[in-house]
Ligand binder design. Structure first.
Ligand SMILES: [Zn+2]
Length: 179
């Protein structure tokens, strides 16, 4: 297992369209997934998509329980209340007309938070590590987190939803802080 370097915006690799993974998963892909989980918990974050570590594959990991407001756990006890989920080749089958606004942040745009409006509910189809297909509806924070993560697989960042001026300011700040 290894903690990978998280790419910071602006980086062309964050803008690539990811390719689907094929089953059965190769050892290399399994290693990438393990590393992504470790990198997410280390950051710490509630989600990480493969392009954020420079891998252009349709893989994301999330743990919305770990950092959620409802389930606060002792940060000194890593491993407590964890709910790691691995999403492979995810595809939204439906998004609600009803929208909701949440404050979002991203490990690739550090120390930056902004309100983003997205569909409030989604129906998702995805595959697990065994190659089994799943379909489920999600709402509230999970719906937001999944839409945010899967945008990464399309080369999209949450700042793309902001005004051009705001985005420009954020990009400038990132270049100053991280280049
Ligand atoms: Zn992100």
């Amino acid at each position: 297992m290894a903690i990978r370097k998280i790419l910071i915006h602006p980086d062309d690799r964050l803008r690539e369209i990811s390719k689907p993974v094929s089953f059965p998963l190769s050892d290399a892909v399994k290693q990438i997934i393990e590393d992504m989980a470790e990198t997410m918990y280390d950051a710490p974050g509630v989600g990480l998509a493969a392009p954020q570590i420079g891998v252009s594959l349709q893989i994301a990991v999330t743990d919305t329980l770990w950092r959620s407001d409802e389930v606060r756990h002792d940060p000194d006890k890593p491993g407590a209340d964890r709910d790691l989920k691995v999403w492979l080749n995810p595809e939204f089958l439906w998004k609600s007309d009803e929208i909701e606004t949440w404050e979002e942040g991203c490990l690739s745009v550090p120390e930056t938070y902004a309100n983003v409006t997205r569909p409030a509910a989604v129906r998702l189809r995805w595959f697990d590590m065994e190659g089994k297909q799943h379909e489920q509806d999600f709402t509230a924070f999970e719906a937001v987190a999944l839409q945010h993560e899967f945008d990464h697989l399309l080369g999209k960042l949450f700042i793309d939803y902001l005004s051009p001026l705001k985005r420009k300011m954020i990009t400038k700040k990132m270049k100053k802080l991280y280049k």
